[in-house]
Design a protein around this ligand. Sequence first.
Ligand SMILES: [Zn+2]
Length: 251
Amino acid sequence: MRDITELTHSQSMRYSRHVMLPQLSFEGQERILASKVVVIGAGGLGCAALPYLASSGVGHLVVADHDHIETHNLQRQTLFTEADVGRFKAVAAQERLQALNPEPHIDAFTCKVDPLWLEQHLQDADAVLDCTDNLATRLLINSACVRHRVPLISGAAIRFEGQVISFLNTAESPCYGCMSRYFGEQELSCMEAGIFAPLVAIIGNLQALDALKLIAGLPVESGQLTLFDGLSSEWQQLKVPKHPACDICRA
Ligand SMILES: [Zn+2]
């Protein structure tokens, strides 16, 4: 987090509906403005989370995605328009977000995320949103977040099912690797299984909600898994404990 500075008059106007929330007030909004958030993946989840991070005034937003926009993305990736087909998702997202709010500094990366990139961009982040759909990348992101003790907010959605979980990555808290050990991991992409459009919005918005709460200094439960079934509209919550054999977060 950068040095926290007082809101200017125009910022007080723009973010007034945040400031009037007693849980946030000026201090919470000032923390949001001073924060750095890294969003990996500008697909369905990223497209849902990013607008609220930008409109809320996150000071430094990093968007990473190496994919190009295809027509079948437009069903759920609502940051993009027909005219964006063929462009890099990260670049098109950056443009749309900057039009929404010119204040944040937004970096777009179109490279594939690898350990070196993560090392360079995650260590000073206040929160990382994993909006990817690929297990290998998820594990790399987790390792970097655990190593630098950066909070990780992980989202996943497929068919009608979605889940979101935040890991604060303190010494005592569980990590994404612990969850994988308890539940296993199925690597099934929406390319193979399909995805109901509004579901990614629900999960991506929950990721933005936790990120903004965390940055503003509001309590966020570490390792609390929230599951949503879009067919029955049922929510479930369960606590993921630290796994004694997890070699990623074991101190
Ligand atoms: Zn772990």
